[in-house]
Design a protein around this ligand. Structure first.
Ligand SMILES: C[S@@+](CC[C@H](N)C(=O)[O-])C[C@H]1O[C@@H](n2cnc3c(N)ncnc32)[C@H](O)[C@@H]1O
Length: 412
């Protein structure tokens, strides 16, 4: 039987060289995945022998991104939503084929709203204007979180007054907020967030495929539901279907190990911890963002998990020792090390300090989920007593060289 490869997405901005976010867009996804697999395998060759790789988890070629971070530029009458060129002028990416359909449908509504509101796009070259970004996230159910990044609070009330109209135009709008970023050309978001809606978090109802079907993006009735609460300023994996495959794989690997105690470090809103929860199992998630931890706790309650067994604590994940000053997690899992340690750090990896603590700990098994194979390789070199036993690539970021990798490690 011949299997037809999915067509490559068509994107005029890519063809014209105007947007360079997807360097491999015109190559078939199967070729991209094969190249990515061999690149990642060669970067990790010293630590992950070739025979340990499981088949990679593929993405859909388009309509997979659950979030859009759109710089707002142009004029009031004709705002652009997308990226800025080298001179700080806007390039409109409303038709980017990577966004899920709910986001694609939302962006023109937001462009019209900007014009109707009279809140001028921020112009980077002249440093004039107020609206810097719109940040849109869509849940698997099509519910929306829309955040407006403003330079100041000057037009806050105008946006608040426009909310009923926006809710009418976007019936699936669950969360709307304003973020204040007063600094010129700094990181996208500032520290102040003002929620406009009653809801403060977007419910992301994930569905974990059964292990044999974990590359599939089609949902079926035996899938395990994983409801996660996403607050406005927290991290969430960008490709929902591939994130589902990632959590499902971690869950399947953990089930084979049957650990009594699991720790999930850098747990965000609790994806790994909650996917790995099982009757009688003690699970601890640690994350620096207090609002992400609140979300993880509420998701655990929604799943009916026993709070005495499944715990989330805000803190520095580099402090592995539950009895260490500041860790404030004493007694959560007893003083014992976990049977299974999950780490999913930011791109910079776990670093020397945490690697040294893991080396010195009694941790026998680990799952390391990384979005940066280079820092993963450096961290694995810092864990000489841990040996890889299996690994898998997840194509979280198709059309780019970025890769998510899950490695299972055992001591000895
Ligand atoms: C790649 S994300 C992973 C989140 C989560 N595991 C998931 O699947 O969504 C990394 C997370 O580490 C958190 N983080 C960064 N530095 C940290 C630290 N020192 N201690 C604890 N968490 C930290 C970030 O806030 C972010 O949520």
């Amino acid at each position: 039987m011949s299997v037809t490869a999915p067509p490559t997405p068509s994107c005029a901005l890519h063809s014209a060289g105007t947007c360079r976010s997807c360097p491999h867009l015109s190559r078939p996804l199967s070729d991209q995945l094969a190249s990515k697999q061999s690149l990642v395998a060669s970067l990790l060759a010293e630590h992950v022998p070739a025979g340990l790789w499981e088949p990679p988890a593929a993405s859909a070629p388009e309509r997979f991104r659950n979030k859009a971070k759109m710089a707002v530029a142009g004029t009031l009458a004709r705002p652009t939503l997308g990226i800025l060129d080298g001179a700080g002028h806007g390039i409109d990416l409303r038709t980017c084929p990577l966004h899920v359909p709910a986001i694609e449908a939302t962006l023109p509504v937001l462009a019209d709203l900007i014009t109707a509101l009279g809140v001028r796009p921020y112009d980077v070259p002249s440093r004039c204007g107020e609206l810097k970004y719109v940040l849109v996230t869509a849940s698997p159910d099509g519910d929306l979180m829309v955040r407006f990044v403003l330079r100041s609070r000057r037009h806050l009330e105008r946006l608040r007054a426009a909310l009923p109209g926006l809710q009418q135009a976007l019936p699936q709008l669950a969360v709307a907020s304003v973020n204040i970023q007063g600094v010129h050309q700094a990181v996208i978001e500032g520290p102040e967030e003002i929620i406009l809606t009653e809801e403060e978090r977007l419910l992301m109802r994930l569905s974990l495929p059964t292990p044999s079907a974990s590359t599939s993006t089609v949902r079926c009735s035996e899938d395990v539901e994983l409801p996660l609460y996403l607050p406005t300023r927290s991290f969430f994996q960008t490709n929902t279907a591939v994130a589902e495959a990632l959590y499902a794989t971690a869950r399947a690997w953990a089930q084979e190990l049957e650990p009594a105690r699991v720790w999930d470090l850098f747990c965000g809103v609790g994806g790994f911890a909650l996917a790995l929860a099982a009757p009688g199992r003690r699970v601890l998630g640690v994350e620096v963002s207090a609002s992400a931890i609140d979300g993880a706790r509420d998701a655990a309650a929604l799943m009916g998990l026993n709070p005495a067994l499944v715990r989330f604590e805000a803190g520095d994940a580099h402090v592995l020792d539950p009895d260490a000053p500041g860790a404030d997690v004493s007694g959560v899992c007893g003083a014992q090390s976990p049977d299974l340690l999950v780490v999913n750090p930011p791109r910079r990896g776990i670093g020397e300090q945490l690697a040294a603590r893991i080396e010195a700990s009694g941790v026998e098994r680990m799952l390391y989920s990384s979005c940066n194979p280079r820092t993963l390789a450096a961290d694995l070199a810092r864990l000489p007593s841990m040996r890889a036993v299996r690994s898998r690539l997840f194509d979280m970021f198709p059309h780019t060289d970025h890769a998510e990798v899950l490695v299972e490690l055992v001591r000895g």
